[in-house]
Design a protein around this ligand. Structure first.
Ligand code: FES
Ligand code: FES
Length: 163
């Protein structure tokens, strides 16, 4: 084994992955370059924009601030995983309905953040939605449509109907 690499075992979107990574490799780079999961994006690369958001053991983290070796033994979920399981199907449909994306660069991070909110604060107000996604930057839509979409899904999930 190359002494500059370290063996890690990470369950990504439900599939066990064993890889050799450099200790300095960030989680988002590992996911994109090693596993080809390009849905998590790299924007600012220093924890500000949220484009790299992924879930580690059920909690959202910045993939650009997390080292791959820190997730050894962990469960990591990416936007691809959330899409494939249908977990955020209603949210994705609402984003499309409300035109809550333009270039799409921020969208995976927005969906990850919104998904966490739907679970953590099912009774969130519009103001709380705005605050929750304030760590995710969008340079295109001006946020109104994104907040509209999230609020619609919050309401429909509370009523137990598909948005
Ligand atoms: S790329 Fe990670 S927060 Fe911007
Ligand atoms: S849709 Fe372009 S950055 Fe958000």
């Amino acid at each position: 084994m190359n002494t500059t690499t370290q063996s890690v075992s990470i369950t990504v979107n439900g599939q066990a992955q064993r890889s050799l990574v450099q200790p300095r490799t960030h989680l988002v780079d590992y996911l994109r370059e090693e596993l080809g999961l390009k849905g998590s994006h790299l924007g600012c690369e220093h924890g500000v924009c949220g484009a790299c958001t992924v879930r580690v053991n059920g909690q959202n983290v910045r993939g650009c601030l997390t080292l791959a070796v820190q997730t050894d033994g962990a469960n990591v979920d990416t936007i691809e995983g959330l899409s494939e399981t249908g977990e955020i199907k209603d949210l994705q449909a609402a984003f499309i309905r409300h035109n809550a994306l333009q270039c799409g660069f921020c969208t995976s991070g927005m969906l990850m953040a919104a998904s966490e909110l739907l679970t953590a604060q099912p009774h969130a107000t519009r103001e709380q939605v705005r605050e929750w996604i304030s760590g995710n930057y969008c340079r295109c839509t001006g946020y109104q449509a994104i907040v509209d979409a999230v609020c619609e899904v919050l309401a429909s999930r509370r009523q137990g109907v598909a948005a």
